[in-house]
Design a protein around this ligand. Structure first.
Ligand code: NAP
Length: 323
C-alpha cells in the first residue's frame, strides 16, 4: 500500500510517499481502508519533535511511529476475530492517536473502541475532520471546564481545528460564547454561533475588564496571571494548546494558584473515552456541530499540507483525501 513515511524527525521535507506492507488486524483490531484523514498538532509535534518531551515518549533518536496521521474516515476492510461492533463494508471514523498513528496511508489498523460508524450526513473528508479536534474541545469544556448552561465561556484561538469545534460545543451546552480570533476569521466565528467575537489584533481580552466562567486556551499566548485576571472568582482556565512556555507555566504555577484562589488553572491531556465519539456522531447528525474544512490535499501532497498547517493559521481543518 502507499503511505507517507518519516524515518527521522525534521521538517515536512523528511516525509516521503512510499510503498509499504499493508497491515493485518490483530484479534481486537479493525483494518480500515482510509478514504480521508486530517492533520492535527499531534502529527506536527511528532514530525518535528519541536517539543523535546515528544522524544521521551516517541523515540529518542528516531520516531518509533514512522507513519503519522491520527484521524481517519474510511471503510472496514477486515476485522480481527474478537471484534464485535464492525463488519467489512461498514463506513467508520475515529482516531488512532492512542493506538499507533498510521492514518497517512491507504490502510490502517485501529482498536475497535477508537471507531464509530461514520455520521450518515457527512462525507469521508468531513468525518476525518472531527475526531481529535472535537474530542479535545469536548473534554476541555465538559470534563475540565465543567461547563454549565448560561456560563460565560471564552475560546482563545477560536478559528483553528480545535477552536471551531470548541465554539460549537460550548453553544451545545448553552453557554454564552466569546470567540477570540484575528480579523479575517471574525465572520466565521459568528457563523459558528459565537455570541461575541474579539479580534485579537485590535483588543486584548485579558485587559478589557470582562470576566469569564471558563477560558479555553486553544491558541495564542498570555501569561497565566493575565488569564487569571479575566476569570470570574470561581472561574476555570483550561489550557489545551498554545505555546510551550504557557504549558510549563500551567504545570508549574497552576496547582499552586488553584489552591490559593478559588479559581482553577488546568491543562488538558486527552484521555480515551469510548463515549465521546458516539456523542459527537449524534451532534454531527443533528447538525449541532459541523466540521469546518480549510484546505484539501492528496496523499502525495501531505508534505505541502504540513507546510501549510505549520504556518499556524489554518481556518478549521486541513484534510488529506486518500482514496
Ligand atoms: N491537550 C491536548 O490533548 C490537545 C489535543 C489536540 C490539540 N491540542 C493543542 O491545541 C492547539 C490548537 O490545535 P489546533 O488543531 O486547533 O491548531 P490549528 O488548527 O493549527 O490552529 C490554527 C488557528 O490558531 C489561530 N491562532 C494563531 N495564533 C493565534 C493567536 N495569537 N491568538 C488566537 N488565535 C490564534 C489561527 O487563527 P488566526 O489565523 O486568526 O490567527 C488559526 O485559525 C495546539 O497547540 C495543539 O497542540 C492539544
Amino acid at each position: 500500500m502507499k503511505a507517507i513515511v518519516s524515518t527521522k524527525y525534521g521538517s515536512p521535507d523528511v516525509l516521503q510517499l512510499k510503498e509499504v506492507e499493508k497491515p493485518a488486524p490483530m484479534e481486537n483490531e479493525v483494518l480500515v481502508k482510509v478514504h480521508a484523514t486530517s492533520i492535527n498538532a499531534a502529527d506536527w509535534h511528532l514530525l518535528t519533535s519541536d517539543i523535546f518531551l515528544v522524544r521521551l515518549n516517541m523515540g529518542l533518536f528516531q520516531p518509533k511511529h514512522t507513519i503519522l496521521g491520527c484521524d481517519i474516515a474510511g471503510q472496514v476492510e477486515a476485522v480481527g476475530k474478537d471484534v464485535k461492533q464492525f463488519k467489512p463494508g461498514d463506513m467508520v471514523f475515529g482516531d488512532v492517536f492512542g493506538h499507533h498513528y498510521g492514518g497517512f496511508a491507504e490502510f490502517v489498523t485501529a482498536a475497535e473502541s477508537d471507531l464509530a460508524l461514520k455520521p450518515a450526513n457527512l462525507s469521508f473528508e468531513e468525518a476525518a475532520a472531527v475526531p481529535l479536534a472535537a474530542k479535545t474541545a469536548l473534554q476541555g469544556l465538559r470534563d475540565l471546564g465543567q461547563i454549565q448552561s448560561g456560563q460565560k465561556v471564552l475560546i482563545n484561538g477560536a478559528s483553528g481545528g480545535v477552536g471551531t469545534f470548541a465554539v460549537q460545543v460550548a453553544k451545545y451546552y448553552e453557554a454564552e460564547v466569546t470567540a477570540v480570533c484575528s480579523t479575517r476569521n471574525v465572520d466565521l466565528a459568528r457563523t459558528l454561533g459565537a455570541d461575541h467575537v474579539i479580534d485579537y489584533t485590535l483588543e486584548d481580552f485579558t485587559d478589557n475588564g470582562q470576566k469569564y466562567d471558563i477560558i479555553l486556551a486553544v491558541n495564542g499566548y498570555h501569561p497565566i496571571k493575565a488569564y487569571q485576571r479575566a476569570l470570574t472568582p470561581r472561574g476555570i482556565y483550561v489550557m489545551t494548546g498554545g505555546s510551550l512556555s504557557q504549558f510549563f507555566e500551567v504545570m508549574l504555577q497552576g496547582p499552586r494558584m488553584s489552591k490559593k484562589e478559588v479559581q482553577q488553572m488546568k491543562a488538558l491531556t486527552l484521555k480515551p473515552n469510548p463515549q465521546d465519539l458516539p456523542l459527537l456522531k449524534e451532534l454531527l447528525e443533528t447538525c449541532k456541530i459541523v466540521p469546518v474544512i480549510d484546505k484539501r490535499y492528496s496523499l502525495s501532497e501531505v508534505p505541502d499540507a504540513f507546510r501549510y498547517f505549520g504556518e499556524g493559521h489554518a481556518r478549521g481543518k486541513v484534510i488529506i483525501t486518500v482514496q
